[in-house]
Design a protein. Structure first.
Length: 459
């Protein structure tokens, strides 16, 4: 029975759809690679340019500032020009940024290159899940979109491995510059791939949409989806930002915003950006053992995300979110207790609890956030609403990264992890109370039911 189910599911999409998923998800790979590569390159760059601690902090965070900007206008571009053109533009920006940073003749050029990479990271964080959600059949949409998260984790792991490999030499330009290869491949391949059917219908290009659907989906359910989309698409094409603040939109907007916020303020990036540092505080004997333990974190992150890809369309988004955040809170409490009581076994507890924490993040907030925000918004303003959620995601990412080391100084590691655990508890309450289950429903059915709920809560 299960086997038959799996067969039915894989038969719903064509090889073209699978190739489109691969090409689009290179954006996720570049997202993960770019955010993680700097942690290894930093040591050499700091030596070469004689950077102060504040200078190092700025070099790391400039990418996040670029990402805040990129995520803010991603939705507008994706709604106006289309998802495909936005991906093409993003690939070009990735190439430019990585090349400039790698070949930088001075510090300013390097900073500019990293800022440009950040723009592309912000853009891709929005447009890749959007593209994937709109080409996926409803029953496997969770798996399709979570390939984006899988690609992020593979990108992070690739960067961690290169950081380890290069930790003896000083080839930081290679570490940063290698990102040009997947970006160039993505650009060329995308030239041959189509726009999403949803965007085409939204722009009154129904015939083209039919052609794309018939090439990417083997089931005939898409014929019904087209009818539903045509009914939902607005007669008036001019969409205003203010529409997003109308009472009937507020509820659905708030869900995406809070899920994005909780993804960051429960502290994941303190581990992704600073894992070697945390391991050193926990008493790891050498820098290279701390970097190696970090590679272990990267591996666990990929494995747990693979499990999430498999589970999303089986047990659903809501359950995974709740299980994931509960696990994160428990891991954080254990870690915090070990730091506060200055346990003898702190190094062992640190590595076990951080691995558990990252795994629970991967199956919950990691995989589900991007899936949810790409499927809960109405088609006519999907891009823009996602941008708001994305903006909140990147700004909170930036603030957590900026404050982490200072907070450790003031509150000690135990205190800081306790704060992230408290945010986790708030997240459990919010998800339990408000997040709907979207598993297996078409985007159009989700749209209709979310708007109904929004209306009810606005009354
Ligand atoms: C988050 C990133 C995080 C990554 C870790 C993504 O979903 O948006 O902030 O670094 O997961 O795997």
């Amino acid at each position: 029975m299960i086997k038959k189910n799996i067969l039915n599911r894989s038969e719903q999409s064509s090889w073209l759809a699978i190739f489109m998923t691969f090409v689009a998800s290179l954006g996720g790979f570049l997202f993960g690679y770019n955010i993680a590569v700097i942690s290894g390159a930093l040591i050499f760059i700091a030596q070469e340019y004689g950077l102060s601690a504040a200078g190092e902090g700025f070099l790391v965070s400039i990418l996040l500032i670029g990402a805040i900007a990129g995520a803010s206008f991603a939705g507008f571009l994706a709604d106006r020009w289309g998802r495909r053109s936005t991906i093409l533009l993003t690939a070009l920006i990735f190439i430019l940024g990585a090349w400039l940073a790698a070949a930088a003749p001075n510090l300013n050029a390097l900073l500019l290159g990293r800022f440009i990479c950040g723009l592309a990271v912000g853009l891709t964080s929005m447009v890749t899940p959007l593209y994937l959600a709109e080409i996926a059949p409803p029953h496997t949409r969770g798996a399709f979109v979570s390939i984006h998260q899988l690609a992020i984790t593979v990108g992070i792991l690739a960067a961690y491995i290169l950081n380890y490999v290069f930790s003896e030499s000083a080839l930081w330009r290679w570490m940063i510059g290698l990102a040009v290869i997947p970006s160039a491949f993505q650009f060329v391949a995308m030239l041959f791939l189509p726009e999403t059917p949803s965007w085409l219908i939204e722009h009154r290009k129904t015939e083209q949409a039919v052609r794309v659907f018939s090439r990417i989906r083997k089931d005939r359910e898409w014929e019904r989806d087209i009818e539903e989309m045509k009914n939902l698409a607005p007669l008036d094409r001019k969409i205003k930002w203010s529409t997003l603040l109308k009472p009937e939109m507020r509820f659905v907007l708030a869900i995406g915003v809070f899920v994005s916020l909780f993804q960051q303020i429960t502290g994941i990036n303190t581990v992704i950006y600073y894992a070697p540092k945390i391991f050193q505080i926990a008493g790891f004997p050498s820098v290279s053992s701390a970097i190696l333990a970090t590679v272990g974190i990267g591996v666990i992150n990929v494995i747990a995300t693979l499990i999430a890809v498999w589970l999303l369309d089986r047990i659903g988004r809501r359950k995974l979110l709740l299980i994931g955040v509960c696990g994160m809170v428990i891991s954080l409490l254990v870690l915090s207790a070990a730091f506060i009581t200055q346990s003898q076994a702190i190094d062992l507890i640190a590595i076990i609890s951080l691995m558990a924490y990252v795994s629970f993040f991967a199956i919950g907030l990691g995989a589900v956030t991007w899936v949810l925000i790409s499927e809960i918004y109405p088609l006519r303003m999907r891009g823009r609403a996602m941008s708001i959620a994305g903006f909140v995601n990147w700004i909170s990412n930036y603030l957590v990264a900026l404050t982490f080391l200072d907070l450790i100084e003031y509150l000690g590691s135990g205190g800081v992890f306790l704060i992230y655990a408290a945010f986790g508890i708030a997240a459990i309450w919010f998800f339990y109370r408000y997040v709907p289950e979207t598993k297996g429903k078409s985007l159009e059915t989700i749209e209709a039911s979310m708007l109904k709920k929004s209306k009810r809560s606005g009354e």
